[in-house]
Design a protein around this ligand. Structure first.
Ligand code: FAD
Length: 325
């Protein structure tokens, strides 16, 4: 029987899996088709694609700086250069932070962490039982997995729904409000754009990235990621699915108005709503571990809105599991 079953292949799940794998047997399961969760890469053709969620890393803590330095040395991460245009004066300072991205896509970090670890896609954990000190995990696809310990690394609201029966502390009494956002992936004619990204001061469109500027591919068309503000995301996350064309047009029109980029042809669009994009209010703990029943929880939402917070949470959980905390 497995020592550890980890749910989620985002940074938190893949990081805790890598750490545990040094000492225990570990399998990882994710409901999605690909790796990376909110740092997934939507591949169109060969190397051509979009960073669908997470845009870039700007490491802050010394520990994470060391980790990203190592990954840059190993050519998993690289610098994202070019001109980053900040239209919002109040966030101008952010321009000073370095921007790191995956060499092939931002899911590269999770892929690196999961090297040599067994992981399974399209496994959505839907029911959990604990019997005779063993977790019985039932997945949507009908599979049942038994494991001595269970680690869950999914967003707070989904975690609360699955685990409230088993968590005995006040963890789920915390008010964690995860921001929402709408993302449009867009392919246009080659334009005369000079910027790698735009951080706007608009109420609807918050961020634009030019995927060609990441230099993962050369292509005769321009690829863009348009992300709504959290405010616009919150208002429309529950209704956008019935009006996808409408919301796609709104974001594209904001993009054209703000950047003044001349677009003569659109070849591809795709809209996605991130209901649980990020939590901007850190909790008092960095992770959750109940040794008695072998239940662990980690995720970015313990620490803040960034991938770095997920990585730190997973490292914190590992220390609790092996008794160093
Ligand atoms: C649009 C957007 C832009 C962002 N931009 C940035 C940025 O520029 N910089 C930055 O640092 N951070 C950014 N973030 C935040 C960053 O993406 C997250 O902090 C980080 O990816 C969270 O990783 P995680 O492993 O904690 O969670 P996730 O990546 O959400 O991983 C959880 C995984 O669990 C899976 N899952 C959920 N429920 C189940 C279930 N029942 N059964 C099985 N699997 C399940 C999901 O499919 C997912 O793969 C952004 C996020 C979004 C959405």
């Amino acid at each position: 029987m497995l020592d550890f079953c980890v749910i989620g292949t985002g940074i938190s799940g893949s990081t805790i899996a890598k750490l545990l794998n040094q000492k225990f047997s570990v399998n990882v399961y994710d409901k999605a088709k690909g790796i990376g969760g909110r740092s997934s890469f939507k591949r169109l053709n060969g190397k051509i694609g979009f960073d669908h969620g997470l845009q870039y890393l700007s490491p802050r803590s010394l520990k994470f700086k060391r980790f990203t330095k190592e990954l840059t040395r190993k050519k998993i991460l690289k610098f994202w250069g070019g001109n980053h245009k900040f239209l919002n004066k109040s966030v101008k300072k952010k321009n000073k932070h370095i921007k790191l991205i995956g060499v092939n896509g931002n899911s590269d970090i999770s892929k690196y962490q999961l090297k040599n670890i067994k992981f399974y896609h399209q496994y959505e954990l839907s029911k959990i039982n604990r019997h005779n000190k063993v977790w019985n995990l039932q997945f949507q696809n009908g599979q049942v997995i038994k494991s001595k310990n269970l680690i869950v690394s999914i967003p707070f609201p989904q975690c609360k729904k699955l685990l409230s029966k088993f968590v005995r502390t006040s963890l789920f009494k915390n008010k964690v409000i995860m921001n929402s956002s709408l993302t449009v992936l867009l392919m246009t004619n080659k334009t005369s754009n000079n910027y790698s990204s735009y951080f706007t001061n608009d109420k609807i469109l918050g961020w634009v990235s030019n995927e060609n500027s990441k230099k993962r591919f050369t292509y005769n068309k321009d690829l863009w990621v348009l992300q709504s503000t959290f405010e616009y995301g919150r208002k429309n996350i529950d209704s956008y699915k019935n009006k996808k064309t409408y919301f796609t047009k709104i974001l594209i029109n904001r993009f054209k108005n703000i950047t003044k980029i001349k677009i003569s042809k659109i070849y591809f669009t795709h809209i996605h709503g991130w209901k649980y994009s990020s939590n901007s209010k850190p909790l008092k703990s960095d992770s959750y571990w109940d040794r008695k029943i072998g239940l662990g929880i980690c995720g970015d939402w313990f620490g803040g809105p960034r991938l770095e917070d997920g990585w730190l949470s997973a490292n914190n959980l590992f220390k609790k599991i092996v008794g160093k905390k």
